[in-house]
Design a binder for this molecule. Structure first.
Ligand code: HPA
Length: 302
């Protein structure tokens, strides 16, 4: 009994667990999910969007959208967080072919980093060359007010699992991916340009991923500030790691929904996070729109 469980765990970790009685590698599962999506839409997305708290609505305004519940996609994990919809939407926005995740799963729900990042792999397998990942985050920089948008320059991974842990499948990517340019410098420059032109205030900084689900303690916040991080959140890093593994370029943007614990002395709440995310939504969506247009105009999409 225990032996069987041990072997099942081992197979899962190695990416060779059985699916419907058929052995499947991680590679097979990614492509089975992509194939099931292609059967619903022959659309070829060039940009993948991972829409964090409050931003899911962005995909509602796609032209000719096709929405697919995560539950209808083989191997997709489901998200249980209130306000996270759990649908994939394919469609065009401003002439750019996009696939958007309305909601994501988090490691604090009990998922491994690899499982939390699985949908991002599927976006790349569908054809996304650029992944735009968004999130809500706590501000570590005491001068940033809630509602600030932060372009992610780099990240620090303090999660206790890694999305690429386990045997590597070279068909997906290399064993040791370089992270020097995890957030493509030329795309960061593009985002700064469009924000400047549109007069959308935009900070740039380092995102640190914490496991959650508790918010940080004030002592942890001081530690993270010392480490050189500007914003703290509970997502994003696993998705960025798999996107880089598979060769997609990444743009990351955080909405600073609150000042991190201990900075103001006020207790943090999920309500504050969602309220700020909703308040900033129109500005954030405007920025995303302009980024999508600029990616096309500047020939960043093949
Ligand atoms: N900490 C971690 N994650 C978060 C926060 C925070 O303060 N705000 C929104 N997501």
């Amino acid at each position: 009994m225990n032996h069987d469980k041990g072997r099942a765990d081992e197979r899962r970790e190695q990416g060779t667990e059985s699916v419907d009685g058929l052995p499947a590698t991680l590679y097979d599962r990614v492509h089975a999910a992509a194939q099931a999506i292609r059967e619903r839409s022959d659309f070829m997305p060039k940009v993948g969007l991972i829409l964090g708290s409050g931003l899911g609505g962005f995909a509602e305004s796609f032209d000719t959208p096709v929405a697919i519940d995560y539950g209808d996609i083989p191997h997709f994990p489901r998200s249980h967080v209130v306000g996270h919809k759990g649908r994939l939407v394919l469609g065009t926005r401003g002439g750019t072919c996009c696939v958007a995740m309305q909601g994501r799963v988090h490691m604090y729900e009990g998922h491994s980093a690899a499982t939390a990042a699985f949908p991002a792999r599927v976006l790349v397998a569908l054809g996304a060359q650029v992944i735009i990942v968004t999130n809500a985050a706590g501000g570590l920089n005491p001068t940033w007010q809630p509602g600030t948008l932060m372009l992610i320059r780099d990240h620090i991974d303090l999660l206790r699992d890694h999305a690429l842990r386990g045997p590597n499948d070279e068909r997906l990517g290399p064993r040791f991916p370089d992270m020097t340019h995890a957030y493509a410098p030329e795309l960061r420059s593009l985002v700064r340009d469009v924000a400047d032109t549109a007069k959308i205030p935009l900070q740039e900084g380092v995102y640190v991923a914490m496991p959650g689900p508790t918010y940080e303690t004030p002592a942890e916040v001081r530690m993270l500030q010392t480490l050189g991080a500007d914003a703290t959140g509970m997502s994003t890093v696993p998705e960025v790691c798999v996107a880089r593994h598979m060769g997609a370029r990444v743009i990351g943007i955080s909405c600073i929904t609150n000042q991190a614990a201990g900075i103001t002395g006020q207790a943090l709440s999920h309500e504050e996070v969602t309220e700020t995310a909703n308040r900033v939504r129109a500005t954030f969506e405007g920025l995303l729109d302009r980024i999508l247009a600029a990616l096309v105009a500047r020939g960043e999409l093949r």
